[in-house]
Structure formats: C-alpha cells, structure tokens
Write a protein that binds this ligand. Sequence first.
Ligand code: ZN
Ligand code: ZN
Length: 210
Amino acid sequence: MGKYGLITMQLPPLGTNCYLLIDTDSHQAAVIDPAGDAGRILREAEQAGAEICMIIDTHGHWDHIGANAELAEVTGAPILIHELDAPMLTDASLSLARNFGGNGVGGKATRLLHDGDQIALGKLCLHVLHTPGHTPGGICLLCEDLLFCGDTLFRLSCGRCDLPGGDEAAMRASLAHLAALPGDRLALPGHGPSTRLDDERRQNPYMPRG
Ligand SMILES: [Zn+2]
Ligand SMILES: [Zn+2]
C-alpha cells in the first residue's frame, strides 16, 4: 500500500476544492481540479516538497480548469481528462465560462481518460471511474482509501444535471456505481466538505439504496 499526502485548497472564483495528492515516496504529485489560482497551487507544492507531475480534471467545467494552462506551462505536467469532456477545455461555451464571464480556456488535453484506466503516480495508482450525469465525461478517482468525486457526489447531495450535457438517468447510474464500491472511503468532492462514503450510503437522499 502506498503512502500519500493530501492538501486541499479552496480556490477562486467559486471556492472549488482543488486537491494536491502526493506520493510520499517519490514526492510526485497530481493536481486534481486546478481552479483559478496557479500561484497558490505552485506555492503549496513547493512548501510540501512535491513535484507536480500531472494535472487531472474531474470534468471540464470552467470552475475546475482555470489554472490548467498556467500549471502545465510552468511545470510541463500533462493534462488528463475524460475523452468526452476534453473539448470543454478549449471551448468557453462548453466549459460554461462564457455564461459566467470568464475566458474559460483550460489548456489542451494531453492524455484522454476512459473508464477503468489506471494512472501511476510514483507508487500510488489512481483508478478512473467514468461517472457521467453532471457532464458527459465526468470522472471519479479511486486511490488507496480516497474517492475524489468531482461534481458527481457532494455531502448529502449530488451534482446538477440541468446544465448542458447533464443527464439525470446517467447520474443515478453513476451514484449507484459509487454506492456499490467496496468498503468505506473518504469522499472528496469538487465543492463543500469532505464526507465518508458509508455516511452517504446511509443518508444521501440521491444515493440509490441497494
Ligand atoms: Zn461542474
Ligand atoms: Zn464545480
């Protein structure tokens, strides 16, 4: 079992949760959902002695991708996103940035992800779960006892399905997929507080009961 460090930052413009996952052995780090403050992310990585080796977007919305381009440029790290959300990185309408007055560019995808992919981060392995519903190419990531759940699962709630590309039936299936994962996990959503998967199985009204 690998050892990890985890740093959580709430970044502008919407207080999106950005996670820095660090492999303790190699000091290699993945930035998950770099919202709009590359400087802060770089400082946190430097203070932790971590080297940013990859940028992973749980989905292509503007409030999760704002620092993609700058981080990729400064660190040389690749940008990973599910194939179906990759077009959102370069289209300010698809990323919804245009609706909110941002420019919305999020760099360019370097590696396209698919359900079941495994991403090596030093001795850690991140498993990709395709969880559409909020967006067509939304993903969750499993690593050790962690579940990075993007805008799919929130504490006692779930992501919106009424935005372009949203799909309620797909969201129900994705939440059923998460409910069926083995074991309890620390669930780390794109917005709001972290939670436990077991608590969500019991209390989240959107989570299908087995
Ligand atoms: Zn979103
Ligand atoms: Zn979001």
